[in-house]
Design a protein around this ligand. Structure first.
Ligand code: GBH
Length: 481
């Protein structure tokens, strides 16, 4: 029997939401069917198969485009309140712009949403989860400010098409990974390596696009559709490697560079001070005439501030931090700009993903920090989950992970008064895990990628999650709070 000693014994509130999640490129397949346009992942993985382990790509993956009814049946079987999925921009708008709408793509999402509603499952819709239409990348992608209006037109169309049935919208999933991995480190599509320059331009445009889309909803749709628009921001918990004031400060700096990069403009106004100061100081020392971090005008700061009805948090892991000693002043890059170094403790249990360590206490610390920083926003955990290599049905490590993290979330609610209204397991099923292809498996359901049917099979974690949802408890002798 599992050891319950560290699990919270308090019930989750009756209205607490429990859900599960996927994203379009990772599960849909049908990459060129029924009029879908090419996106940056299609292009990158077709032209450069070495980008992923085993040359895996999303051409077919879980085949959810054809199997969505079966997917919804699994979601139903889980008995969750909500299903978080994303819209593939190029499936709706093949060239990225609203002059050409792909009716078959629109119909696919209408069918999916109808099927969810018919089964009493709340759709949580991410408008952008990393699959930019290739045509928009050819126009410069996120670092080019033209993208702002292209995104806002697309978002408005989504509100028009689906907003009668969708009440929870998220503009962006993990902007840091769109920008830093896509245009800085080059480890995600479009694979551009321009760290310290294009990642900052990308974020600048993305924040404006987010804010504009929120205002469009607020002015044109909120009164009739009565939904909410938020954003999903991810971060590790950055644990000070010692109790020294330098390490405490490194933790704060790293939180500002990761979470604050997006949350500060949206919840407080403008970029975090430490980002503005560090990047300006380093840019000038490097011979630039101004900071590599673009500046918002006072009007833009006001326009972006307050543009989230709720905050989605993706949290999986933690790392230790300390200031970089004798840092190289000439290094141009987002990571160099933070002047903080991070690494994983040898003592932490690992998942299959090289970055994933089992640190449930980190989620409580992150949630408490968010509450204090941003004046107690309404939060939903939009992703949390555990990867293994083999997709085993006897997934005791995943069960342990989910129980421990949920317990820590419950502690954050109870001990720190964090306003958490829901939790979402990544992922409904094993899927295309970006550069790790099909080798890192996060699913509650196993998918047989060798079978043309892409057969789904429940893992042991399904039963455990069903039980948590039914009882709203992590332990047998759980108490009402
Ligand atoms: C999420 O990304 C994605 O939304 C989802 O598509 C994906 O399948 C899932 O998680 C599992 O990976 O130094 O803070 O940047 C989370 C991926 C993992 C990206 C941690 C950043 C490095 C830590 N993130 N990673 S950080």
């Amino acid at each position: 029997a599992p050891c319950y000693a560290t699990l919270n014994n308090k019930k989750f509130p009756d209205d607490f939401m429990f859900g599960t999640a996927t994203s379009s490129y990772q599960v849909e397949g049908a990459w060129n069917e029924d009029g879908k346009g090419e996106n940056i992942w299609d292009r990158l993985l077709h032209t450069n198969p070495n980008f992923t382990v085993n040359g895996d790509n999303g051409d077919i993956t879980c085949n959810s485009y054809h199997k969505y009814k079966e997917d919804v049946a699994l979601v139903k079987e889980l008995n969750v309140t909500h299903y978080r999925f994303s819209l593939a921009w190029a499936r709706i708008l093949p060239n990225g712009h609203v002059d050409q709408i792909n009716e078959a793509g629109v119909q696919y999402y209408k069918n999916l949403i109808t099927e969810l509603r018919a089964n009493n499952i709340e759709p949580f819709v991410t408008i952008y989860h990393w699959d930019l239409p290739q045509t928009l990348q050819d126009e410069g992608g996120w670092p080019n400010s033209n993208i702002v209006d292209a995104f806002v037109d697309y978002a408005r169309l989504c509100f028009q098409l689906f907003g009668d049935e969708v009440k929870y919208w998220m503009t962006f999933n993990e902007p840091k990974n769109t920008c830093w991995q896509g245009y800085g480190a080059g480890t995600k599509a479009p694979g551009i390596k321009a760290a310290g320059i294009e990642d900052y331009l990308c974020s600048h445009n993305l924040l404006k696009a987010h804010a504009k889309a929120w205002h469009v909803y607020d002015e044109e749709f909120r009164a009739t559709q009565k939904g909410q628009v938020g954003i999903v921001i991810d971060s590790n918990w950055w644990e000070p490697s010692t109790n020294s004031s330098d390490d405490l400060e490194a933790s704060e700096t790293k939180l500002q560079f990761t979470f604050g990069w997006y949350a500060h403009p949206i919840f407080i106004g403008d970029y975090p001070k430490v980002m503005k100061n560090n990047i300006r100081r380093r840019s000038l020392a490097q011979g630039y005439t101004k900071s590599r971090l673009p500046e918002f005008t006072p009007e833009e700061i006001e326009f972006i501030k307050g543009t989230a009805d709720f905050l989605g948090v993706n949290m999986y892991s933690s790392a230790l931090v300390t200031p970089v000693e004798n840092h190289d002043v000439n290094a141009i890059g987002y990571e160099a700009d933070s002047e903080v170094r991070d690494w994983l403790s040898e003592n932490w249990k690992r998942g299959a993903s090289p970055w994933l360590v089992v640190t449930p206490w980190g989620v409580q610390k992150l949630l408490r920090w968010i509450k204090e920083q941003y004046d107690n926003p309404r939060i939903i955990i939009t992703e949390n989950g555990y990867s293994d290599y083999d997709g085993t049905l006897d997934d005791v490590d995943r069960i342990d992970y989910i129980q421990q993290y949920l317990s820590s979330v419950r502690d954050a609610m109870d001990e720190d008064g964090v306003d958490v209204f829901g939790y979402t397991v990544w992922s409904l099923m094993d899927n295309l895990e970006w550069v790790y292809g099909f080798t890192n498996k996060f699913g509650l359901y196993n998918v047989d990628f060798n079978s043309p049917n892409r057969t789904r099979t429940a893992k042991k974690s399904v039963g455990v999650y069903q039980n948590i949802i039914r009882t709203r408890c992590l332990v047998d002798d759980c108490i009402d709070s």
